[in-house]
Design a binder for this molecule. Structure first.
Ligand code: OAD
Length: 249
């Protein structure tokens, strides 16, 4: 795809870059986007209704099994060219902070230096009562779906993800907001820009005078406000941007 010339000029002059990514970033690695994830057994449930503390309290086995299926999928996927392009782009800016809503570790696997995981990490487990992390060996050997927690008599193991209505990891949003307020360029990649507070970040950047670039094959609430709205996929366009930067910076 031909890149708008204004976009590359903005990147050439940028020193601080913020990258917000969402489920669409992982789609080309084979991880279904959050709102497309309901296939097969899960068709009759809305993802939004399973990803809540109330659902876990009422139906711990159902929620645990849903996450087990998602974990099993994620174990077998790898980063794509778009993830690697983001790693490559780090060298061209003074700072490049990656803030992701994804819980699949694909940015870290690709080699991104610093990743803020706003919504936690699906491969880790924590105690439902204390929030303490539970060792993976315990999860593999302890019977039960979910296994009981070693940290509390009433505790159960649950995935270390942020559910609807729960707080984001301490400090993560504060750091991301500070970056949104001070960055020169903010990318919003593969996110429906629906779930707060993450969705506010590109709008904060816009209001603070940053150039905002959206990458999403489908329009979102951000599309008409962003300086550049690239209606394409992450794996398609990010390597082109990285290659163009290599020639310019
Ligand atoms: P969504 O599933 O809401 O949106 C995915 C977005 O990616 C959509 O706008 C798609 O058009 C776009 N998309 C699909 N394929 C793409 C591709 N190859 N390249 C680029 N974009 C593509 O996912 P999120 O916005 O990440 O949180 O959802 C935010 C949060 O909602 C999730 O982190 C999850 C859920 O609540 C929690 O579980 C706390």
């Amino acid at each position: 795809m031909e890149l708008p010339s204004g976009l590359m000029a903005a990147l050439k002059n940028a020193e601080k870059v913020l990258m917000l990514t969402g489920a669409g970033m992982s789609a080309e690695s084979g991880v279904p986007t959050f709102r497309d994830a309901q296939t097969g057994l899960w068709e009759k449930f809305r993802a939004e209704d399973l990803a809540t503390p109330e659902a876990f309290r009422a139906h711990p086995q159902l929620v645990w099994d849903w996450y087990t299926e998602r974990r099993n999928k994620i174990r077998h996927v790898s980063p794509h060219a778009g993830h690697f392009a983001l790693v490559e782009m780090e060298q061209y800016f003074e700072t490049l902070l990656l803030v992701t809503q994804n819980v699949d570790s694909l940015h870290q696997l690709a080699g991104s230096t610093e990743v803020i995981e706003l919504h936690g990490n699906i491969m880790l487990s924590i105690c439902s009562e204390t929030g303490q992390q539970i060792d993976d060996r315990w999860i593999r050997t302890e019977p039960g779906r979910p296994p009981r927690s070693p940290h509390h008599p009433q505790g159960l193991a649950r995935p270390a993800v942020v559910w609807f209505g729960e707080e984001l990891p301490a400090g993560s949003m504060k750091r991301a907001t500070a970056e949104a307020l001070s960055c020169d360029v903010c990318f919003s990649i593969g996110t429906s820009t629906l779930v707060q507070p993450a969705a506010s970040l590109p709008f904060i950047a816009l209001d603070s005078g940053a150039i905002v670039i959206e990458i999403n094959p489908n329009p979102t609430a951000l599309s008409s406000k962003a300086h550049f709205s690239l209606q394409t996929t992450a794996a398609e366009v990010l390597p082109t941007i990285a290659a163009d930067l290599a020639g310019r910076k």
